[in-house]
Design a protein. Structure first.
Length: 509
């Protein structure tokens, strides 16, 4: 028995080692790919992965404290109240933190960097994404708890999803009205910083809606396909997991892929847009793809490989399988992006962007589950402090290690790639116009080898960034020149007034 146990541990460590090395090298290759689209998609998926991973760790740490001290023997009503207050606390913390970062809510000793919008935007995106995802998982916790109280039928559990959407939508409209009143309070108009605050807050609230609504919808789909409603954390007993078949898992994955395809078609062909509802619907469908994909692959692993095991070995293997499938999806999407579809190109890119974000959430959730099991295992072996405090300390330590690197290195890279992508999109648009007008029969780089083409693209991107810097410098020079002219005019006016005063003084003498 001892040898078998040691052997199982060795296998687990071996899988973790080989999988981690392969995973890191694959990411290194993809982030430095000569195809800029593939590199951009990979960086965005990594960013979404880190944000989800960090947010769930923080939420699970705090929620563990609440479970231990407030909810262990609590009634259903008390549990609903505590989870609702927990969600509202994160929701309003999100609003306050973003207001402080932008300087809309001044705090002594904190410099919001209003003179450097790039730094402010990076700060705001970091905290908006992180706090938005924490708020989203707190909302999942509340509405999934509500879902546990309704009859265990598909219709009853499904109706919780539109209720969650309506509740969070109304909360977003209320905070939107408060923000509009705050920005117009002083001077009666919205400046660039205040507009940035309002826009980022709205986008984050839409992410919260997408996370919470999609999860409870996915729960009802799992009930429909598998016959059992999972608990509020999406977990099922081992006996239930063993009963799922490969067909059940395939159905769940197919439903997620079908929803993703419907969203791509909606983006391409449905032109009607609603200010808050359309982005929220996009997030809900995209995140449903993530949930259905993750739990479908979980069922596949349980019914094929890990029918009698629920532990670290399974979670690491599942995370590696999810990551491999996600990277394969990115490869397919990159080739789809390279297809030229004329006027539909922009809408196709929007649809692809939706799926890429959901792929990042899928990877992040898979690895967070593996790390969550690891944190629980370590917490139970530490006897110095209670397990829930050990879990919170480990979660905060991991986040403190990951988030600064994400803020300093990953987000700036994504912002730079997005800027380059927009510039490239404008140039492609003008090129297609020239082709249609007959100025250019075909792209000049078509006949070049891929290596030379890639080098030229990198050179063009570097030159484009230099041009952008020169344009900014020129704009600053023009502004300075305008201020000099205003100053010279002011000096002339003062000289004239001094001359008039001197004449008046001479007359009085």
């Amino acid at each position: 028995e001892g040898r078998e146990e040691v052997s199982a541990v060795n296998v687990g460590i071996s899988v973790m080692l080989l999988g981690s090395i392969g995973f890191m090298m694959a990411l290194f290759e993809l982030t430095h790919c000569y195809r800029s689209t593939m590199a951009r998609y990979t960086w965005k998926a990594i960013s979404a992965t880190i944000s989800i991973f960090s947010a769930v760790l923080v939420f699970q740490g705090v929620n563990g404290i609440l479970e231990a001290y407030l909810l262990e023997d609590a009634s259903v009503q008390a549990r609903l109240i505590v989870t609702l207050v927990h969600m509202l606390a994160w929701f309003f913390s999100l609003q306050v933190v973003l207001a402080v970062i932008t300087g809309v809510l001044p705090v002594s000793g904190f410099d919001p960097k209003k003179d450097d919008l790039k730094v402010m935007e990076a700060r705001m995106k970091t905290f908006a994404i992180l706090l938005g995802h924490i708020t989203g998982f707190a909302a999942i916790n509340f509405f999934a708890t509500v879902q546990q109280q309704v009859p265990r039928t598909f219709i009853s559990t499904f109706l919780v999803a539109p209720v969650a959407w309506a509740f969070l939508y109304l909360m977003g409209r209320a905070t939107d009205a408060v923000r509009e009143r705050v920005v117009l309070m002083n001077d009666g108009k919205k400046d660039e910083v205040e507009a940035l605050w309002d826009e980022e807050a709205e986008e984050t609230e839409d992410d919260v809606v997408g996370l919470a609504t999609s999860f409870v919808f996915a729960q009802s789909v799992r009930l429909l396909v598998g016959g059992t409603l999972p608990n509020a954390e999406g977990e099922e007993p081992l006996s239930v997991m063993r009963e799922h078949t490969l067909m059940d898992a395939s159905k769940l994955v197919a439903i997620g892929c079908g929803l993703a395809m419907l969203e791509v078609l909606r983006v391409m062909y449905v032109k009607a847009q609603f200010k808050r509802l359309t982005p929220q619907l996009k997030n809900i469908i995209a995140m449903n793809f993530s949930w259905c994909g993750y739990f479908g692959l979980d069922w596949m692993c349980s019914c094929t490989i890990f029918g009698h095991e629920e532990g670290m070995m399974k979670q690491v293997t599942l995370a590696l399988v999810v990551t491999g499938c996600a990277l394969a999806d990115l490869y397919i999407l990159e080739h789809l992006h390279e297809l030229r579809m004329g006027k539909l190109q922009e809408t196709v890119e929007q649809g692809i962007r939706v799926v890429v974000n959901s792929i990042g959430i899928l990877i992040g959730f898979a690895w967070e589950k593996a790390f969550d099991v690891a944190v629980v295992e370590i917490s139970e072996t530490v006897k110095v402090v209670p397990p829930q405090w050990t879990k919170l300390a480990l979660s905060v330590s991991l986040v403190a290690l990951v988030v600064p690197a994400w803020y300093r290195h990953i987000l700036p890279t994504i912002l730079e790639l997005e800027t380059d992508s927009e510039s490239e999109g404008h140039s492609e648009h003008h090129k297609e116009e020239n082709v249609e007008e007959g100025h250019l029969s075909r792209p000049l780089l078509n006949g070049m080898p891929k290596e030379e083409n890639g080098d030229l693209k990198k050179t063009c991107e570097s030159l484009r960034r230099q041009v952008a810097e020169l344009e900014r410098s020129a704009a600053n020079a023009r502004a300075l020149e305008e201020k000099n002219r205003e100053l010279e005019a002011a000096i002339v006016a003062i000289s004239r007034e001094l001359g008039d005063l001197q004449q008046l003084a001479d007359g009085l003498q």
